[in-house]
Design a protein around this ligand. Structure first.
Ligand SMILES: *Cc1c(COP(=O)(O)O)cnc(C)c1O
Length: 428
């Protein structure tokens, strides 16, 4: 009789999965070159023209390459993809007490970047087909305090940028793309990061290209780029004395070692996306016949998808009522290591929001500059799709699932079918 691994049976797949991040001697050479040079920090502020001894900054080189790759004129590298959002929001004019629209279903950084500049995140529900910010739900969340919208290109699929940009234009507010998953993704032929006033990317270890940590802001606006650069560099200004600081800002610089590694990583990105796409299309086909499993829709406007995450919608009733967590555990035990439950609650259900534990108190939520009362528990009723995605529906396959071969992709579908056949037996 057929048995799942969780019942003591043999696994569907016993092979390994590709390691992430991908690296070879080129990253070793890049890092070694910087170490040998003795120039480990980013020595040139600005466009690199101050480079010493004819040597250009690795970070400047990478910024230029990544900006060009992302259809942008300017790239401002930074320490990570959280600080890039804080800086971009400040550069876009978001001030303490302002409100910023963010999706309810995203990584915490999308919302904490708003709070750490003393603004207030307002959660909006996601589209049930794409899990991206639902533009139909933004209008009702706008107030006279709204200063910006942050669409997240979740999993690598571009958000509904036309509708979002149009709303923002009508209300005179800014749009910042959280493109932390969307390196190389494109919307109607234009790269993510170039679809609004500014874009923010992360190079943390799990992201499509990485140096362990890192981030970048992309923009086509010169003044915005200058302001972001200043905020990365302790509030300095170009051409001004080194120890003169014009506004409050920390140090968010990227190291030269990161810059050198990222330049190598960028050369791999297009091939990796093509590889993931081929496996994603194969998996789409294999899952088509399985009741209760539906991949998120890929829209016609999505002309490139990084497939940072392959997102499934799971319907427990087609699996004898097996809970999502049990399904993920059983599938993982079958040898499908890159499967994940994803976020366990929408962002507003985190203790930091429910207990209003911000700066040792509720500030900025109780700040007179804000002057409103916000109860994050109330967002549950406004975000039924995010609630359902977390509780019962969303299942992720991380990008290295799609970095594998066709055999592994077939194994994913076979393992899901096996769990479905045995679901009643393990439900308990
Ligand atoms: C990873 C991530 C970030 C933040 O990036 P870090 O580099 O980890 O700070 C922001 N937004 C989303 C959606 C992310 O997944």
């Amino acid at each position: 009789m057929e048995r799942l691994v969780v019942e003591g049976g043999p696994p569907t797949w016993s092979g390994s999965w590709p390691e992430w991040p991908v690296h070879d001697e080129r990253e070793v050479e890049a890092a070694t070159r910087v170490v040998r040079s003795g120039k480990w920090w980013r020595f040139s502020y600005g466009d690199g023209s101050e480079a010493k001894g004819g040597q250009r900054s690795e970070v400047v080189r990478f910024q230029e390459a990544f900006a060009r790759y992302s259809d942008c004129r300017y790239g401002i590298a930074a320490a990570n993809g959280t600080v890039t959002m804080e800086i971009a929001l400040r550069a876009l004019g978001v001030r303490p007490g302002d409100e910023v629209i963010v999706p309810a279903y995203t990584f915490i950084a999308t919302a904490t970047a708003v709070l750490t500049i003393n603004a207030v995140p307002i959660f909006v529900d996601i589209d049930p087909d794409t899990y991206n910010l639902d533009p139909r739900r933004i209008q009702e969340a706008l107030t006279d305090k709204t200063k910006a919208i942050i669409p997240v290109h979740f999993g690598g699929q571009p958000a509904a940028m036309e509708a979002i940009n149009e709303l923002a234009r009508q209300h005179g507010i800014a749009v910042l793309e959280d493109a932390a998953h969307a390196h190389g993704s494109a919307y109607r032929g234009r790269k993510c990061g170039s679809l609004a006033e500014a874009g923010s990317f992360s190079f943390q270890a799990s992201k499509p290209i990485t140096a362990g940590e890192g981030g970048i802001i992309t923009t086509n606006r010169e003044e915005l780029a200058e302001r972001c650069e200043s905020l990365v560099w302790a509030g300095r200004r170009k051409g001004e004395p080194w120890f003169r600081h014009y506004e409050l800002a920390g140090n968010a610089r990227m190291t030269e070692i990161q810059g050198a590694i990222l330049s190598v990583q960028l050369t791999r990105l297009d091939d990796q996306i093509a590889h993931r796409r081929a496996n994603a299309l194969l998996l789409d086909g294999l899952l088509e016949g399985i009741d209760g499993i539906e991949p998120c829709s890929v829209l016609p406007t999505t002309t490139a998808h990084s497939y940072h995450i392959y997102m499934l919608r799971y319907r427990p009733d087609a699996f004898s009522g097996l809970r999502k967590a049990q399904f993920v555990r059983a599938l993982s035990a079958e040898g499908i290591a890159p499967v994940m439950e994803g976020y366990i609650t929408p962002l507003y259900r985190n203790p930091m929001f429910l207990e209003r534990n911000m700066w040792g108190g509720a500030c900025p939520l109780d700040c007179p500059r804000y002057g409103r009362i916000i109860d994050y528990a109330e967002f549950a009723a406004k975000c039924p799709v995010a609630e359902r995605a977390c509780a019962t529906e969303a299942v992720w396959l991380s990008q290295n699932a799609l970095m594998a071969g066709e055999d592994e992709t077939h194994a994913i579908a076979r393992a899901i079918q096996k769990v479905q056949r045995r679901a009643a037996a393990i439900r308990s």
